[in-house]
Design a protein around this ligand. Structure first.
Ligand SMILES: *Cc1c(COP(=O)(O)O)cnc(C)c1O
Length: 369
């Protein structure tokens, strides 16, 4: 890969392929795979990632919102797309683009059915989500009778899957809770399936669910973070490859004398002479202020350079006193070293947040060889 001349987010589709195959290898051969490509495919490039997953043979894709699914359809993606957070305002767009809604409450069921009737749809595919403990979106078991009453008296919409979402699949200290979520889901499907005319697919596991609860893989799994190279535990991270690398370049080097300060609010005051490098990446690019003042470091010529002082909107300054480097040298903000997970942990957050937060100002550079 050419050296970065500005801040770029490199997206490695071979790493994506490796991660997809690794996750598939943990599953039964017939288990279907849904690739989660919401939030620009976890901050990378949703079209490039979706197209690659389509070539690899993914069974389903998921986005959070309709607009994200529309972008994929407009790019020619044909794979079925589940919209995880359907909102009534975008029903029309959803239907026009053949996206499949998550229906999670009696209210949204009735609203969608009303539209399906107006448009005279025929067995339009919908997905029912049940709340088994995350307490975010979903029906509860008590609503099953009312639900089946509505569903079985019409042919405008058809349930193609029933699913739920685990709250703490990455945390083995919460395995009792997770097992309870699994048994709640099992009980719900035991009651619901016999009442439906056609047997829908069942799915429950996210990435850490695949790793820790593969026995409950049902008909399909839904993976996001694993595809992008993170498994929420170091043994799995070692098997996966980071898809995204945030690269930048040294714009200017400064020699700061003892007693001088660096950056806004004079947050860093030099107790001795230091050498800093100014980098063209800041909080407007997704490197939040919480990473400043030594909380995170970047890598320059293989060595750690901590962020000094406050993060600016468009720049950061890093300490390169001990590093042989010059203006124009490449900088790795995160990628293989430090990983996004390591970078994020400095500011007590998670890989998901730093990855999805890289703003659209940063050029995406897709690599597939
Ligand atoms: C985001 C999301 C996923 C993917 O979770 P990962 O931990 O990234 O694998 C799966 N299911 C639902 C409902 C989600 O919202």
């Amino acid at each position: 890969m050419a050296k970065a001349g500005e801040t770029v987010l490199e997206i490695d589709l071979l790493a994506l392929e490796h991660n997809y195959k690794f996750l598939k290898s943990r599953l039964d051969q017939e288990t279907k795979f849904l690739g989660v490509v919401k939030a620009f495919a976890y901050g990378s490039d949703s079209v490039a990632v979706a197209r690659k997953l389509e070539v690899l043979g993914v069974d389903y894709l998921a986005v959070a919102y309709v607009s994200e699914g529309v972008a994929l359809r407009e790019a020619g993606v044909k794979t079925p797309i589940l919209v995880l957070h359907t909102l009534p305002i975008s029903f029309d767009d959803l239907i026009v683009h053949n996206l499949e809604p998550n229906i999670y409450s009696p209210k949204i069921l009735n609203q969608f059915l009303e539209v399906a009737k107006q448009k005279n749809l025929n067995k339009y595919p919908i997905h029912l989500k049940f709340n088994t403990g995350l307490n975010r979106l979903g029906f509860v078991a008590d609503e099953i009778d009312a639900l089946t009453e509505i569903l079985n008296n019409q042919d405008k919409i058809e349930v193609v899957s029933i699913f739920s979402h685990l709250a703490a699949s990455e945390d083995l200290n919460e395995s009792e809770f997770t097992e309870k979520q699994i048994s709640t889901f099992q009980n719900i499907t035991n009651i619901l399936l016999p009442k439906l005319k056609r047997r829908p697919m069942l799915h429950l596991l996210n990435t850490s669910g695949i790793i820790n609860y593969a026995k409950s893989q049902y008909d399909m799994v839904r993976s996001g973070i694993g595809l992008y190279g993170f498994g929420n535990e170091s043994a799995i991270d070692a098997e996966l490859k980071p898809v995204a690398t945030l690269k930048t370049v040294i714009s200017q080097i400064h020699v700061i004398q003892e007693g001088e300060s660096i950056g806004y609010n004079r947050a860093y005051k030099a107790k001795e002479a230091v050498i800093t490098a100014t980098l063209p990446v800041g909080h407007a690019d997704g490197i939040g202020r919480q990473y400043g003042n030594g909380k995170a470091h970047v890598t320059i010529n293989g060595q750690k350079a901590p962020i000094v002082g406050n993060v600016c909107m468009d720049m950061i300054m890093v300490n390169v006193s001990e590093i042989e480097c010059k203006e124009g040298d490449e900088v790795i903000v995160f990628g293989e070293n430090p990983t996004a997970e390591e970078f994020a942990s400095g500011a007590k957050t998670i890989s998901y947040e730093i990855l999805t937060g890289i703003s659209q100002r940063v050029t995406r550079l897709v690599v597939d060889n």
